[in-house]
Ligand binder design. Structure first.
Ligand code: R5P
Length: 365
């Protein structure tokens, strides 16, 4: 039973073909479970010469294929797997191919803001289209305008409602939502949803480095609990600068949340050593157990993506999904690891689903 009623695996199972590369098979399994559809079978591995090999092990002629592959670490390999798998589906005569890219890498490279630099977000969009994708489903792009880099339909979902609902449930008092200018629009929505004021921190990147420098806090934060919101946490450098600025301004407690937890190793050390009360992210990118600090909370985006896939497949409105999202969000918050494990054990599709996960490279790469 879901917030949208009982799903009919027979109907969907006959028609939706769900596949995953090696980037985030755990998320793909959860989406498969939400839809009541087994993951399709394929081999995806790397030869000793680092060439990637793909073989689809099912007949996909005229099928509605959804390929789940965030372009997360190892980024270049995830991108190549995505492209090569799309090519394999195209040559296997799939009826329609939707690239489900919950995290879109190179999002920051979205404009020519200095001489002789590429627009890599556009290049990736071109490559996905040329490979043969008919549509794209993604979550919280770094900038919404990246949608326009594609000449095929793009559905962009957002985790803002889900993240804000998590904080509504915590019933924190005297909160203020804090963000930088680049995320101000979505942060405004977040602040309205949790009924809190918004403060903005002025930020400037130092050259082409990962380092950000914070200038001013605009808004009243003194004595309040701050919730820092952003689209992604990468090195956590921006976040730590924000924490320092907010501490200087006299906030009482600091939480952080973001849709995408990229979190390379230094970010985990920074979060561990910080005064942050909690960091909330989604599972668009997998978080290895070694990085799963007690104070990092991961919410599953799987039901939202699963619902969008179902709506795309049946020709229903994805926009309408946002109107009913509050209901869906309640369901998502139930998807903590313990319940997922329980459901996983009882899952009639489990064996087929696990068999369908892309095979790891024989070299263990
Ligand atoms: C930048 O514009 C984004 O919204 C994030 O603030 C940024 O990508 C975070 O990167 P980092 O964690 O490396 O500072």
């Amino acid at each position: 039973m879901t917030a949208f009623g009982v799903r009919d695996p027979g109907r969907a199972g006959e028609q939706i073909s769900l596949y995953t590369g090696n980037a985030n098979p755990a998320l793909a399994r959860k989406i498969a479970r939400y839809l009541g559809v087994p993951l399709g079978r394929c081999e995806v591995f790397e030869f000793a010469n680092e060439n990637i090999f793909v073989k689809i092990l099912d007949n996909v002629r005229e099928r509605d294929v959804f390929l789940i592959q965030p372009t997360c670490s190892p980024v270049q390999k995830s991108i190549m797997e995505l492209l090569i798998m799309i090519d394999a589906f195209k040559r296997a005569s799939a009826g329609r191919i939707t690239a489900v890219v919950p995290y879109y890498a190179y999002g920051r490279s979205d404009k020519k803001d200095q001489p002789r630099v590429p627009i890599t977000a556009r290049l990736i969009a071109d490559m996905i289209s040329v490979a043969g994708a008919d549509r794209v489903l993604t979550v919280d792009l770094h900038q919404g305008q990246i949608q326009g880099f594609f000449n095929i339909p793009v559905d962009e979902l957002t985790a803002v409602t889900m993240l804000s609902n998590y904080f509504i449930r915590k019933q924190l008092e005297d909160t203020v939502v804090v963000t930088d200018l680049g995320y101000a629009k979505r942060a405004r929505t977040f602040a309205e949803l949790i009924d809190a004021p918004l403060a903005i921190i002025e930020k400037r990147r130092v050259g082409n480095s990962d380092r950000a420098e914070l200038l001013n806090v605009i808004g009243d934060v003194r004595g309040r609990r701050a919730i820092v919101v952003d689209d992604e946490i990468v090195t956590a450098g921006t976040l730590m600068e924000m924490v320092r600025a907010l501490e200087r301004e006299g906030v009482s407690e600091i939480y952080a949340c973001a849709t995408h937890g990229v979190l390379p190793d230094p970010a985990i050390d920074r979060i561990r050593e910080s005064a942050l009360a909690e960091v909330v992210i989604t599972d668009t990118i997998p978080l290895p157990p070694a990085k799963n600090l007690e104070r990092i909370k991961v919410l599953s985006i799987a039901p939202l993506i699963g619902e969008a896939i179902s709506r795309i497949h049946y020709g229903e409105s994805v926009g309408a999904l946002f109107a009913s999202e509050m209901q869906l969000v309640s369901e998502m918050l139930l998807w903590d690891e313990e319940e997922q494990q329980q459901e996983h054990d009882d899952d009639p599709f489990r064996e087929r689903t696990e068999r369908g996960v892309a095979a790891p490279a024989p070299s263990g790469a």
